[in-house]
Design a protein around this ligand. Sequence first.
Ligand SMILES: NC(=O)c1ccc[n+]([C@@H]2O[C@H](COP(=O)([O-])OP(=O)(O)OC[C@H]3O[C@@H](n4cnc5c(N)ncnc54)[C@H](OP(=O)(O)O)[C@@H]3O)[C@@H](O)[C@H]2O)c1
Length: 284
Amino acid sequence: MKDFNGKTVLLTGASGGIGRHIARLFAERGVNLALAATARSEEKLTALAKEVASAGAQSMVVTADITDAAQRSEMIRQAEDRFGPVDILINNAGIEEVMAFHLLTEENLARIIEINLNSPLALAREVLSGMLERRRGSIVNVSSLSGKVPVAYSAVYSATKAGLIAWNKAMGDELAGTGVRMSVVCPTYVAGEGMHAAYGVAAPKLAGEVTPEAVAKAVLRALEKNVSEILVTAGPMRPLLAIRELFPGFENFLMKRIGMGDFLRRRAEGAERSRQSENHGRGA
Ligand SMILES: NC(=O)c1ccc[n+]([C@@H]2O[C@H](COP(=O)([O-])OP(=O)(O)OC[C@H]3O[C@@H](n4cnc5c(N)ncnc54)[C@H](OP(=O)(O)O)[C@@H]3O)[C@@H](O)[C@H]2O)c1
């Protein structure tokens, strides 16, 4: 896709660290932006809508808990009533719970899978029929490098992100020749803003971090160049992934060497301390 002008873009996770940068970049392309997050972020979305309007995009705020089927449909209806059929769906909303797997409650477990995997699939399902009839449309899914290289203390998160990558691959083949495209963007740790930055523990230097702007650019590039899968990493990653396939022990060696195990443990301990102080604040 080359011409974005006047296209209807539905962006989930627009209130978050990466979502805001995607919105800003797409605003410069003159799209009509439906900015989505939950109702608790309405103020943030309204401020962002004003900002992107001044950059030349038409924008609106749509709030929904994407795990709720009725709210999902209503969100799409509102966006389409205002701007016309969704041309581009950007499945960017997501959550991460950093903790040992056995400590997750069943509710935690279900919620991570619902938000990160089931809901993007359900949203795509809802807009796809129209796209196929019109023989045009694109869906970009924001996954994570942890879908390729799963990480400890984020095991369910990694599994959902791997699920998105597998689904995207299968759909790419299924959609061939239909005029509808699907892509996945897999960023490593993002510095400065967003869910990783919120934990306050920097990733090891050799693992590297990227900017939210780099992720936003990758989303745009996926659409512009019809790229099925983009890894957003600080250095070349595909050769390492290929070596890992050939020599499975290599990954453990490398993870240890660059200090990933220690980093992941410190992150999990920090997350546990925050949960305890939140519970303490609530008088639990
Ligand atoms: N940050 C990183 O290092 C990193 C690395 C790799 C991949 N990613 C992926 O990039 C995407 C964006 O991450 P981020 O760092 O920008 O996260 P973030 O700052 O924590 O923002 C998460 C976004 O998801 C929305 N969301 C969460 N639960 C929702 C629900 N039930 N219904 C609707 N919206 C919901 C949030 O809305 P509310 O504000 O209303 O809760 C928010 O807009 C995620 O898919 C994440 O997995 C992030």
